[in-house]
Write a protein that binds this ligand. Structure first.
Ligand SMILES: [Zn+2]
Length: 364
């Protein structure tokens, strides 16, 4: 198995196309064609993690956070980032990052946080727009089933917990093949009238090329009448943060203790308590201050996140309790999640959880 084959498996878990624009995901260091000896999964790629990979004979590091984020102009070993890159290259170790692709996934970072809080069916807090396309294609009646099945197999027709979703209308198509045409149906210079079906289905935007290729493979015509339209609909399966209900309401004091225990938090900073029971909980692993307003709008009792600044705590406005449990603490279980997902996809390779705590923050 090569590095790029592992990247492909990661794509099946969390498509990199769903990462945020500011992010830097995918293969960051190394040769995509290099055969792999083992995979080490970590939250951050530090020099000590590269050493661990060497020691454990893993030549691929799958890292949640990207070690190269805003570009490198020099690689001289002056910064920790440069030293990691140098050490990885010298030891032929590849580094892959999936970061916000995993944040945005409906069974990603925030699903894992919800799971540890006992929230059974969380929903996406900020569903992502512009990730759904709609395909409309005209096809002769007798080819409808084949084309539809091919599109479904390629990833079209999924809406929430439903698959094979499509809509068809029957109508009449007309065309006249010109001199140089090679028509599947009809004759040169003779107008043809044909019973056709217009087939409509949606698909994830990142599969556009796949869908067009599928059309050309499974449609009988030399020229295909089709359109692809970008929808403004939110995608309920993709986006930042999650929200859901605890099975039983808890007092704020009990909930704080529960969170501290579940995430082994060294210190939780929180806004004023409201003396209300906690049931609806919003979560966003990592730096989530941008979503305070969404958590408030959706009437969460508490919002669990990290990297909240002094003034941002005021935004609670006595409507919600904001909990800053620490960036590392909120995302720490992501590496377990990546390992278990990869193990389901790749059974014959060592996939090892890094034992290094990469939290840069110390508590008194
Ligand atoms: Zn993070």
């Amino acid at each position: 198995m090569t590095v790029q084959e592992v990247v492909q498996k990661l794509q099946e878990i969390a498509p990199l196309a769903y990462a945020e624009d500011f992010d830097n995901v995918g293969l960051l260091v190394g040769n995509p064609l290099q055969p792999i000896t083992g995979i080490l999964v970590t939250l951050d790629t530090l020099e000590s993690v590269v050493d661990e990979a060497i020691q454990k004979k893993c030549n691929l590091i799958v890292s949640f956070h990207p070690i190269i984020f805003s570009g490198l102009k020099k690689i001289t070993g002056k910064t920790y980032v440069e030293r990691v890159v140098i050490k990885a290259i010298q030891n032929q170790i590849a580094i892959v990052s999936i970061h916000t692709a995993m944040d945005n996934h409906h069974q990603g970072v925030n699903f894992e946080i919800c799971k540890r809080l006992g929230i059974a069916k969380p929903q996406i807090l900020i569903p992502k727009a512009n990730t759904i396309y709609k395909l409309s294609v005209n096809v002769p009646k007798q080819n409808e089933t084949e084309l539809k099945q091919a599109l479904f197999s390629a990833g079209a027709g999924n809406i929430g917990n439903y698959q094979d979703c499509s809509f068809t209308v029957t109508g009449t198509g007309t065309f006249t093949p010109k001199e140089d045409a090679n028509p599947a149906i009809g004759k040169i210079n003779k107008i043809e009238t044909l019973e056709e079906v217009q087939l409509q289905c949606i698909f994830p935007s990142y599969l556009k090329e796949t869908m067009v290729n599928t059309l050309w493979q499974h449609h009988p015509f030399e020229e295909i009448a089709y359109e692809i339209i970008a929808l403004k609909n939110n995608n309920q399966q993709i986006g930042m943060g999650m929200i859901g209900d605890l099975e039983e309401p808890m007092s704020e004091a009990d909930f704080l203790q529960f969170v501290k225990k579940q995430f082994d938090a060294q210190g939780i900073r929180y806004s004023a308590l409201l003396n209300k029971p906690v049931q609806k909980v919003a979560v966003l692993g990592g730096s989530g201050s941008f979503a305070i307003k969404n958590a408030k709008q959706q009437q969460a009792n508490v919002f669990i996140t990290a990297d909240i600044k002094y003034h941002q705590f005021y935004e609670a406005e006595n409507k919600i309790v904001i909990l800053d449990i620490g960036h590392y603490e909120s995302e720490q279980y992501t590496k377990n999640l990546i390992v278990s997902n990869l193990q389901k996809k790749i059974s014959n390779f060592a996939i090892i959880l890094s034992e290094i705590n990469t939290n840069p923050i110390q508590y008194l």
